[in-house]
Design a protein around this ligand. Sequence first.
Ligand code: 5AD
Ligand code: SF4
Length: 465
Amino acid sequence: MASFVSPIEIKKQSEYVEKIKLLVGDKGLKAFVYTLGCQQNEADSEKIMGTLQKMGYQITENEKEADILMVNTCAIRDHAEKRALSIIGRFKHYKAENPDIIIGVCGCMSAQEHQREKLKHSYHYVDFTFGTGALHRLPEFVYNALNKKKRYFDIDLATPEIAEGIEALRQSPYRAWVSIMYGCNNFCTYCIVPYVRGRERSRKMEDILSEIKDLVSKGYKDITLLGQNVNSYGKDLEEKTNIAKLLSEISKIDGDFWIHLMTSHPKDASAEMIEAIKSSPRTSGHFHLPLQSGSDEILTKMNRHYNLERYLSIIEKLRENNENITLTTDLIVGFPGESEDDFNKTLEVIKKVKYDSVFSFIYSKRKGTPAASMENQVPSEEQHRRYDILCNIQNDISKQINESYIGTCQKVLVDGKSKNNEGVYTSRTQGNKIVHFECENDYTGTFKTVKITRADTFALYGEII
Ligand code: 5AD
Ligand code: SF4
């Protein structure tokens, strides 16, 4: 059952904010936040920046001028953890130059006991660490660090609560993240998330709806509903609700905006949810449905609770009378015990489904997960060989699909000037396809229509109409 941070605790944290404001005053102190990992982390970092700004810090993109440095870490793969540690390592000399600098580490990596201990013992200049469930306590951690209290390494992960009302400093004025739930109950055998983000808890529907209404009234045009498994939204709430009901309520909100869901679990993709997705033009343009592997044997070892047949039947339903939907997926290559035959089954699926794009990952051993101690770990060289084969096949498929857009007109949300090309703007379709076009006027943040004239594996190109 979802539980909420008490009003007393929220008040306590607001009092810390006020005390910090007095300390920070108008000294023009600056804060830098480095974010690794998924959209959930991006959303958490916007809340961290919102809180730091409230305390009186100015947010900077230049770490060298920062008085407080934070790293919001990811633990999903070894590479993400190595990056986090190297960034934290880089911060050491800032503290050596100025001992008043505050360094905080948060997010999934710092929620693991072995990494927390490493940070405590090998990174003496880190002032505090905390996991995703303690984000609302940032004012307390910063206040204690400012007052040179003992270093603090939060371990309270057992019952993370939902904290409403933390204002986000949104990084875009037209694309927004809205968390609808936190945590995960699924324990896929390769995945660290349930251990670091705790069990599923859903926000109340009324809180989500009022956040979306507020965003739409401010001109937001693209809203992503976030959760590790948004299909099981509401299962833990007292009020009887689910993702389909939430989508139907969202569809009643006036305004021109798109809704994305990130991310879904096929085992919970109910017929009601699929119908809700298809019935609204706001949601029917794109769906991300992680498959992970095309082999039933591997899916069982991954503890995914569906087989390929069931997965393909969901894809079929999503496409029925809705053939223009773009479909994307996540795939893991080189899971323990994955044979050449298992891998070929995954290749068969991508050739059959023809996803618009695929997020493919090389399996990475996560300490404490069941898969880490499974037999027949696939050697790294073989994992890379399979990964390259998969990417090459998918790149051809993505290119073919993108080329089929040539000659069509696409509604896009304009993101702004392209970094590399003068006079070129970048935008995205509802199906998340990148569209570049030349234009003399700046239409950033608005919907436009582009006629597609060219395409490659990763993008479409066209002329604004
Ligand atoms: N190794 C590789 N990929 C992983 N993912 C999750 N855990 C691991 C891991 N240990 C992938 C899954 C998931 C995506 C967010 O990250 O494909 O859907
Ligand atoms: Fe990880 Fe599986 Fe939960 Fe996704 S559903 S966060 S892959 S445990």
